[in-house]
Design a protein around this ligand. Structure first.
Ligand SMILES: *Cc1c(COP(=O)(O)O)cnc(C)c1O
Length: 507
């Protein structure tokens, strides 16, 4: 017989606070144990497609669980069905993509956010959700050394937490288009956005979403500018493209500069791009410069990395992901703009049912007007916990340790005659490959590198990923391996073990 004591009048089997406490303690223990046994799992999940689904019932359960006791079965499935299908992003030997590092304080903040169950779309729907968020994003302005006019207390600027860098780019793009439209460009203009060939695919996706680009192949309305041999945008080619477009009657309205590209950590010349926009009529017609620093932005907590951004003078918005490399579990993007009114102009719509005195007074921020969805979670809590727990010193130490480890790895690559760096190290990202053998074709070098990567990943001991760097200045395109260091648990011994495994796997 199930215990009926917690049922309300409607017979709904909620957990009582006491049951929740008991189960909650078990699950917090589970997560702490998981942290302790992280190294015992293959880093990359080894299941075949459909394997997890095949162990799950096709139909939902008709009967719920038999109280807390019934949860034993759920926890067993968690171990037997779910865990084998998990790739362990928090493993100290996870070096793939970019990190998505989590931390104890962030996980607890997430738990609290779920426990409060607040929906913070308007200031009035939970004042603390808005005011804490405003304060922590302003703290980030200090921590990263961003311009004062990105602060919420400045005359026209402010920051907000978006879900992802992709949403940040979309929001910047629609704000830009609306600003240029209000400046006099016809609404049905042929809009053109610019980024480098190395920009993240989310720039193209944003243009597709807001109707600027007609499909993923539309290189007329999203111009991907060629790069130099370090994969940074060539500003003179941006200028040429803008002038061609103006000549053809199109309307350049948005440039996305990447600081720390996803492929190779490349950095676009922000100052020169801003100068191009100022020299051509782009800036004077309201055109917008957005910085996508999704991964590398976190490194700005260290003053020694602030030269990544050679100038912020003409930057309209800047976004980075604390959910990549600042110990705040996914999702958490910090977005800053100098022109908050442009966001409101593009995104604010007020139906009667959301009207309220606080909003009408103009004295409060309603973050729903700064983002795509209406509803929003209390994400500021996890960022607040992280910032308070680690402090600026702790965050700097975290970034510096990963950069130090990447320098070690870089030096081992350089010392081994069989390997080479593909591009100079970027912060904690090392792009490298097996050198071409004498007389070997580019295709065969690529194949040897691909096979090496597959061998090390199949071992389950590490997980690295690859990219293809495009052909520049006569040099052919290259398949290369990426060593992206950034898990909170990674120590020097893990980086050394990864290198030793790579070396031992060369055939
Ligand atoms: C990871 C990454 C993105 C996408 O991040 P999301 O937050 O997942 O949207 C965008 N730009 C760059 C440069 C990235 O590295």
């Amino acid at each position: 017989m199930r215990d009926e004591s917690n049922r309300g009048d409607g017979g709904v089997p909620h957990l009582s606070p006491e049951e929740f406490r008991e189960l909650g303690h078990r699950l917090v223990d589970w997560v702490a144990d998981y942290q302790q046994r992280l190294e015992s799992f293959p880093v990359r999940s080894q299941v075949a497609p459909g394997e997890v689904a095949s162990k799950l019932p096709l139909r939902p359960p008709e009967e719920g669980l038999d109280g807390v006791k019934g949860w034993d079965a759920v926890l067993k499935d968690l171990e037997d069905v779910i865990l084998p299908g998990v790739t362990h992003w928090q493993s100290p030997s996870f070096f793939a993509y970019f990190p998505a590092n989590a931390s104890g304080p962030a996980v607890l903040g997430e738990l609290l956010s779920a426990g409060l169950g607040v929906q913070g779309m308007l200031w009035s729907t939970s004042p603390a959700a808005t005011e804490l968020e405003t304060r922590v994003v302003d703290w980030l302005v200090d921590l990263l050394g961003l311009p004062e006019d990105f602060r919420s207390t400045s005359a026209r600027g402010g920051g907000v937490i978006q879900g992802t860098a992709s949403e940040a780019t979309l929001v910047a793009m629609v704000a830009a288009r609306e600003r240029v439209r209000r400046g006099g460009a016809p609404a049905d203009s042929e809009w053109v956005a610019y980024a480098s060939t190395q920009a993240h695919s989310s720039v193209l996706k944003a243009a597709m979403l807001c109707g600027v680009a007609h499909g993923a192949e539309d290189t007329t309305h999203v111009r991907l500018i060629e790069t130099n041999d370090r994969y940074g945008m060539r500003p003179e080619l941006l200028e040429r493209a803008i002038l061609q477009d103006l000549e053809a009657g199109r309307v350049p309205f948005f440039v996305c500069a990447t600081v720390g590209s996803t492929s190779s950590g490349a950095v676009d010349p922000v100052r020169a791009i801003g100068e191009v926009m100022a020299r051509t009529p782009v800036r004077s017609t309201g055109g917008w410069l957005h910085i996508d620093a999704a991964w590398a932005g976190s490194a700005l907590v260290c003053p020694e990395h602030r030269d990544l951004l050679d100038s912020m003078n003409r930057v309209d918005s800047f976004a980075f992901n604390p959910h990549k490399w600042l110990l705040t579990n996914f999702d958490c993007n910090a977005f800053f703009t100098r022109d908050r009114q442009a966001l409101l102009d593009a995104l604010s719509v007020t139906p009667e049912y959301l009207r309220n005195a606080a909003s009408a007074s103009g004295a409060v921020i309603d973050y729903r007007d700064w983002q795509v969805p209406l509803g929003r979670r209390f994400r500021a809590l996890k960022l607040w916990f992280v910032l308070r727990h680690y402090g600026a010193k702790g965050l700097r130490a975290h970034i510096r340790e990963h950069v130090r480890l990447a320098k070690c790895f870089e030096s081992w690559v350089k010392e081994d005659a069989r390997f080479e760096l593909a591009v100079p190290r970027s912060l904690s990202l090392v792009c490298f490959r097996l050198k071409p053998l004498p007389g070997e074709s580019a295709k065969d070098t690529d194949a040897r590198n691909r096979e090496l990567l597959e061998r090390v990943n199949a071992s389950g001991k590490v997980f690295l990923t690859h990219t293809v760097l495009p052909s520049v200045e006569e040099a052919p395109a290259r398949y290369i391996l990426r060593m992206a260091i950034g898990a909170a648990t990674t120590e020097e011994r893990h980086v050394r073990a990864a290198w030793e495994l790579l070396v031992a796997s060369v055939r």
